[in-house]
Design a protein around this ligand. Structure first.
Ligand code: BGC
Length: 773
């Protein structure tokens, strides 16, 4: 753990200057607006350790695969998120010396703040340069959520002695990815252009041919006389603005930037579009743009804030998670998705993992308008053909679809055989998300429009992937990796088999629904996908009904996979803290042979299909698996929190909550410098709403709540959307209050009792800590 940030309900605050924290802070203070994002790199020069990162949503480069031992079926290339041209840069030169905090004589009063209420990043400090001049510097910047092709930087310098200041605002296309496989640069710069107070740069990705234009306009205040010189080369467009400043005179530069990509504009119109964004922003001015920004965030918080009273660390933690999720994905564009690192780092290469469906969707379903999740589902629909091709490459036929483990454009971006070929449970999460969306929204039409085709492709995959064991007289699924990546090539992973069985059954159910409700569309689909309905569905039924689900009679638990109990059974608390995390201390061989579980696996299945199990079954499985779980994936604690709360183990639930909510702020795993864990942030939200709040929607499609509250909190309150109606739930140590913010009646089940709320009305009930289910 590394705790250097101050606790505050709405802000992340760093006080005091430490180059050692710099890369971690670059991640934590990252900004985004759904269309673009960037790490909190400094505007002025910085020669210390850094990961420069500026990203444009949906823009990728197919980097040639690099592996030690090539396996047939690996992708030749994989799409990688790109570090794009740097548009925030403003070099500052004082009497010939470049301002660089890494080289300065003294840095005092350093303060960096991320205001989550408005999405503004600010910094202030006093710096003494080698030439003896001391300056006070303030910067503020934001990526407009309202105008998602606009960014603004305001930078002020107040020298303590008369001096010559040269501000050099610029756009720089000479950038690279740290994770480039062959040290290649991924961009060609097609054109740079400059004028007084202006600059633009048109860039194009190599191979994938995306184009992105950047344009800046600058404004100086605090002085009337200054000299501007333009400066450009093949990859750089900037200005030198020379100012004679008096001591204590504050000079401010505002840089308005437009960033437009060929995903949204015709290539020939890009530069003009970016210039238009920059000049419109300049005409509106910093103040107006900031007002818009505040308003936009206020609307987001009104829909999805969580308030916690009596625990500032927990409050800051949950807001940090909600903030980053909303600036990563806004749901307007079905070509985009939510990457595990969002706009905060390069790790994980592509963007889309099963994380989106298993974690992201439950969050967006209940905090954002319906179209947001619909777009995430359509994203996968659009990749169906590629998933079919991916499965064909591995030997599957007849339209069987295997979605990639990681992707941006539908193609597989992963190349470790035990994951690429074996971690096939991802297909299940994609099918489950369709069901989850429908049960939360009632949008059954989605099945006939898009969902059914995906479900058929996935069911075909599972029916072919399962094989019949004459020994067991059951269908089996061999050679897989479950969510627990600390075991590979196992047979009959319970979670994988369970979700495969569910997919096969749900695909049949979906066929019936579409056939009944939209017969013409059903005929269209069966023709398109060449479905022999009776024959294929009877195979699916037979595989599902006879699928082996390993169980230990001795332990009375579902067995993570065949043979799991052959392993030496020890628990994580028997491990010395000096070997944790085990993935940083043990050989891979030792990890594979141990019984330790990376993340929720069997419990992930119990979480998804909870309504099938009674409390005792959940309790026994939790008591068996949790002590063997080392939680070395950020996706793990939240599922444990939810199940711990479900079985009434509030202490464990709280312990798991703390682990998930401040994972990045407190850098639990010493890796925050690589970027944030964006997808697990959705799990943190789930911990409160589904864990402590007990929110569920079962097969009957009804909203259920059964809140409990940790002893450490005075009160917590969350807002949720269900069938496009908004509710607020407040929980104190004594009672639960549910307020309707909808304009129609809302029905729900509170602690097992059906209630309904008229528009704008609220209801209070005593808290019932003994209610489970
Ligand atoms: C986890 C996967 C997850 C991936 C991206 C891995 O460490 O084991 O379940 O999909 O990270 O978040």
């Amino acid at each position: 753990m590394r705790q250097y940030l101050k606790q505050d309900e709405w802000r992340i605050i760093e006080e005091g200057f430490s180059p050692d924290h710099h890369k971690a802070s670059e991640s934590i203070f990252s900004l985004g607006n759904g269309q673009m994002g960037q790490r909190a790199n400094f505007e002025e020069a910085w020669s210390g350790p850094t990961l420069q990162g500026s990203y444009v949503a949906g823009v990728y480069y197919p980097d040639k695969t690099r592996v030690g031992w090539w396996k047939n079926g690996y992708p030749e290339y994989f799409a990688k998120v790109l570090n794009a041209p740097n548009w925030i840069g403003i070099d500052v030169n004082i009497d010939g010396e470049t301002l660089d905090l890494f080289k300065a004589d003294k840095v005092e009063d350093f303060r960096r703040i991320l205001d989550m209420r408005s999405g503004v990043l600010s910094r202030s400090f006093r710096v003494t340069l080698k030439n003896g001049n001391t300056l006070s510097v303030k910067s503020e910047r934001f990526l407009s959520m309202t105008r998602n092709e606009t960014g603004v930087v305001k930078y002020s310098v107040t020298p303590e002695k008369d001096c010559k200041i040269i501000f050099s605002p610029y756009i720089d296309g000479d950038v690279e990815n740290e994770d480039s496989n062959y040290d290649e640069k991924f961009w060609n710069i097609l054109k740079t252009d400059v004028d007084e107070g202006k600059g633009s740069l048109l860039s194009q990705t190599k191979k994938s041919d995306f184009q992105v234009a950047f344009a800046m306009e600058t404004e100086i205040s605090g002085i009337d006389n200054f000299d501007i010189q333009t400066v450009k080369n093949e990859t750089f467009a900037g200005n030198h603005i020379t100012i004679k400043a008096d001591k204590n005179q504050t000079i401010t530069l505002i840089k308005y930037v437009g960033v437009c990509s060929s995903l949204n504009h015709k290539p020939e119109e890009l530069t003009a579009a970016a210039k238009k964004q920059a000049s419109e922003a300049r005409l509106l001015g910093f103040k107006t743009l900031l007002e818009e920004q505040k308003q936009h965030w206020e609307n987001i918080w009104n829909l999805g804030d969580i308030k916690i009273k009596g625990d500032v660390a927990a409050q800051q933690g949950i807001r940090f998670n909600i903030f980053h999720l909303n600036q990563t994905y806004t749901g307007e564009d079905e070509r985009l998705n939510v990457g595990p690192k969002g706009f905060t780092g390069e790790k994980y290469g592509g963007t889309t993992y099963w994380d989106t469906e298993a974690y992201g969707i439950p969050f967006f379903l209940m905090t954002a308008p319906q179209k947001v999740v619909r777009n995430l589902l359509v994203y996968r629909y659009k990749h169906l053909q590629k998933a079919i091709e991916n499965a064909e490459k591995l030997g599957f036929t007849n339209g069987a679809a295997l979605y990639p483990m990681v992707t941006i454009n539908g193609e597989e971006c992963h190349n470790e055989w035990e994951i690429t070929f074996e971690e096939i449970h991802r297909n299940g999460a994609i099918a489950f998300a369709i069901y989850n969306y429908i049960r939360h929204t009632g949008d059954i039409k989605y099945l006939s429009e898009y969902g059914l085709e995906v479900l058929i492709g996935i069911a075909r995959f599972w029916s072919q992937r399962a094989t019949f064991s004459h020994d067991k007289k059951k269908f089996v699924i061999l050679g897989v990796t479950g969510p627990n990546e600390y075991e590979n090539n196992v047979n009959n992973n319970w979670y994988t088999n369970k979700i495969a069985q569910w997919c096969l059954n749900y695909a049949r159910e979906a066929i019936d629904i579409v056939r009944r409700n939209h017969p013409e569309r059903f005929d269209e689909i069966t023709e398109k996908v060449n479905l022999d309905t009776a024959t294929e569905t009877s195979v699916w039924k037979s595989v599902a009904t006879n699928l082996h689900l390993p169980y230990s009679k001795d332990q009375e638990v579902f067995l993570q996979q065949d043979g799991y109990l052959d392993k030496e059974q020890i628990t994580a608390d028997e491990l010395s803290p000096s070997v944790r995390p085990i993935n940083q201390h043990w050989s891979w061989d030792r990890i594979l042979r141990s019984c330790f579980i990376k993340q929720a696996d069997t419990l992930q299945g119990i979480y998804l299909f909870e309504e099938e199990f009674d409390t005792e079954t959940i309790r026994r499985n939790f008591a068996f698996y949790e002590p063997r779980t080392v939680h070395e994936s950020s996706l793990s604690p939240c599922v444990h929190n939810i199940l711990a709360a479900r079985i009434g183990n509030l202490d464990k639930a709280y312990q798991m909550y703390l682990r998930t909510s401040r994972l990045d702020i407190d850098d639990y795993n010493h890796e925050v410098h690589e970027g944030l864990h964006i997808t697990s942030m959705a799990g943190t939200w789930m911990s409160i709403v589904e864990g402590f709040g007990g929110k569920r929607v079962y097969k009957d499609g009804k909203l259920r709540l059964s809140p409990i509250i940790p002893g450490q909190w005075k009160e917590y309150a969350f807002k949720i959307r269900f069938h496009e109606k908004n509710l607020e739930v407040k929980v104190t140590q004594e009672e639960v209050e549910i307020c309707s913010h909808a304009d129609e009646k809302i029905s729900l089940i509170l602690y097992g009792n059906e209630i309904s709320l008229a528009p704008g009305k609220s209801i209070k009930e005593p808290i019932n800590v003994n209610y489970h289910a």
